[in-house]
Structures are given as C-alpha cells and as structure tokens.
Write a protein that binds this ligand. Structure first.
Ligand code: ADP
Ligand code: MG
Length: 360
C-alpha cells in the first residue's frame, strides 16, 4: 500500500481558480519525490494538503492509511507536530529567538524541549558554531539549515519542502541537498517542490504539475540519459586520477547519488561492485563521450581559436549532439589528435585505427 495517496483531489480557491484538478498520485514510503512545474501549477497547494494545512474540496488525501480530512482537529494538530517536517523557502523562524531556541520551540510543540538534542541537530546541519545567533544574523543558507534542523528534530516520517534551495547560492544549495540525501538514506519520505532541474534530478522521481494536473511522472528518457552521461564523465575523470574531477564535472559529481548509480548498475553501465566501476558497455559509452568532448575542445581551441572559457562550455554542449559520422570527420580533419588542449588523452576511434594509428 502506498504511504501517500491523492485520490481525485480537487482544490478550488474560487470559481476561476482550480489549483488542483482531480489529481491522482501515489508515493511509496521512503521515496524522494520532486514536484516540479511552472509557477501557479498547484505545487504549494499540494504540499499544504499533505501537511494538513489545507483541505481538498473534493477527493481524498491519504497518508499512512488515514484520510486527513477525516481527522479531528486535535488529531490533525498531532499529525502536523509528529508526522511531518516542514521546510519552506521563507524560513518562518521566530526572529527574537536564537537558532537553538528556534529548534527547541519545535521540540516544545512536539514533546519536551531538550537543549542537548537541539544542539546536536544544529551540529548535524553544520551550525554548531551558530547556536546563539538570531535569525537576522544568519545567512540565507544558515537560516535554511536551522529550518532543516527544526524539521529533523522529531524524526518525522514525512518531510515536506517548498523550494528549499530557492534562495541559496551554489555552495549552500549543495549543503542543503546533502542533508536531504541523508534524510532519504535514513528512510524518511520526502516530497520537495523545486524549480531547479539539477535539484529535481537528485530525487528518485519527478512529478510534473501543469494547470493543477499531473502532466507527467518520472524523468524523461532524455533527461535520464543526460544525467547518466554527466555521471559517466565525472567517473572517467576520477578514473584518470584528476584531483579536480569534482570541480570540472560538478554536475556529474552532484548527480552521482546512490539512486542514479543504482540505476546505472541495473542497466549494466556499472558493475555490481560497491564502488562505481565501468562495465565494458559503460566504459565504451564513457570513452565515446570523452572522445567527443575532447575532440570538440581541440577543434574550438586549435582551429577556431576560441577563448578557453567558451571552449569548455561549448564542448559540454557538442558532446551530446555530435553524431558518430561528424565525430569521425572532426577527428580526421584534426589529424587524429592524441590529446586535447589540456594534454588529456583522447580515446581512439575507429577512424584512428583506419588511419593506421595504433591504439595506445
Ligand atoms: P505553485 O506553488 O505551483 O506556484 P500554488 O499552489 O501556490 O502554485 O497556486 C496554484 C493556483 O492557485 C494559482 O493560480 C494561485 O494563484 C492560486 N492560489 C493559491 N493560493 C490561493 C489563495 N489562498 N487564494 C486564491 N488563489 C490562490
Ligand atoms: Mg509555490
């Protein structure tokens, strides 16, 4: 049985606005779902219903076998306190309480404040040195982490997050996403609204809302293939021993989550070993990608004399669209180069062998 079930859920705000229109959706226990879609498509409305902050006009929202609409007020309050952790883009921290007190307030609402436990939760999110700071003295990323500590404190089964990385810089976004990853690994169910495709890809599944309806589920095939390519490139750089692999293939490094690596194992791209290792097929695919990327770099840099900053960006684009025929032509045109402008080896292709340049 699903942990969460939307059954024909409709929510109207007035005659003109139907925020959710007969939505059916199931989410399994422990799943990490990203809810995506344009502004006004009903994402926040769906989260509010799940958090018991709002009720549907029609249909049912069932969490853990219980219809939220059938709960009495006290039951609903208990559900919100004990069952759900809320992380919102606007932080809703009490401005005159410091970080520690804000977390302790959540404990108080749940059961008993426990200062040591609250301090531990803040340490877990990397804020051990900010316990006594007021929200006004914390950066956006730090405030978001206080909210996460607060949401974590009761170990709720369900975490609801509305654009939790919306106002964060890249470094804080990464830190916050790692925290969600840890919650996911602990088995907590996460429903997260996000606009950011890279954040959405960290989830196990994406649900796309449009005009209050579910417009699609799961990663599109193209998105999925592209994520796998990014991860393959990252793993290739790691296998070359490049100490900057994390920085060069930042997206690939971020996408190399247990979920995506698992999918790559299922599909025979990686071997069933604990550490990621290419299968023969995976190695071929990675080689071909790296080959296209480095040939494009060589072409742009040596032949077109493009600026280094642009070369990398363009190469990342071209590696996805170069056909095999085009790749061979470029390789031939460049005289089958052995290394890219950075001095990294370019994997050999069929054309190189035909041009009687032996494999390295
Ligand atoms: P999203 O989070 O995807 O941007 P929302 O769920 O916030 O979308 O809103 C869905 C639709 O419902 C929008 O058209 C929005 O204007 C409308 N809406 C949301 N909340 C209210 C409200 N309290 N009163 C009237 N209309 C609302
Ligand atoms: Mg919203």
């Amino acid at each position: 049985m699903s942990f969460i079930r939307f059954e024909n859920v409709t929510r109207r705000y007035n005659e003109e606005v139907t925020a959710l229109d007969k939505v059916n959706l199931e989410i399994a226990r422990g799943e990490w779902v990203a809810v995506m879609g344009p502004s006004g498509s009903g994402k926040t409305t769906a989260l509010n219903l799940l958090g018991g902050l709002d009720r549907p006009d029609d249909g049912r929202v069932i969490v853990d076998g219980i219809d939220l609409a059938a709960m009495s007020r006290p039951e609903l309050i208990r559900y919100r306190r004990e069952g759900v952790g809320l992380v919102f883009q606007q932080f809703h921290l009490i401005p005159y309480l410091n970080a520690l007190e804000n977390v302790m307030l959540a404990q108080y609402l749940h059961s008993m404040p426990d200062e040591q436990e609250a301090a531990r939760a803040l340490q877990e999110v990397g804020l051990g040195h900010r316990l006594r700071h007021l929200p006004g003295d914390l950066s956006g990323g730090e405030k978001q982490r206080v909210c996460i500590a607060r949401a974590l404190i009761n170990r709720p089964k369900l975490i609801l997050a509305d654009e939790p990385t919306g106002s964060l810089d890249a470094a804080n976004e990464r830190a916050v996403i790692e925290l969600f990853q840890a919650m996911h690994e602990r088995g907590q169910t996460i429903v997260m609204v996000t606009h950011d495709l890279a954040v959405g890809r960290r989830a196990g599944r994406q649900v796309q809302l449009e005009h209050g309806r579910v417009a699609g589920e799961f990663l599109t095939q193209a998105q999925d293939e592209e994520s796998i390519d990014e991860v393959l490139e990252y793993l290739w750089l790691v296998s070359e021993g490049d100490p900057a692999a994390h920085a060069i293939c930042a997206l690939g490094a971020r996408l190399a989550t247990p979920t995506v690596l698992g999918r790559m194992r299922e599909r025979g791209i990686l071997l069933e070993t604990p550490e990621p290792r290419f299968s023969d097929a995976g190695k071929k695919r990675a080689e071909s990608l790296i080959r296209r990327h480095r040939l494009a770099e060589t072409l742009f840099s040596n032949t077109f004399q493009m600026h280094e900053a642009v070369v990398e960006e363009e190469a990342c684009f071209f590696e996805h669209i170069l056909s095999p025929v085009m790749t061979e032509s470029i390789c031939g045109f460049l005289g089958h180069p052995e290394a890219c402008p950075h001095g990294k080896p370019i994997p050999r292709g069929v054309c190189c062998a035909a041009a009687s340049i032996g494999p390295r």
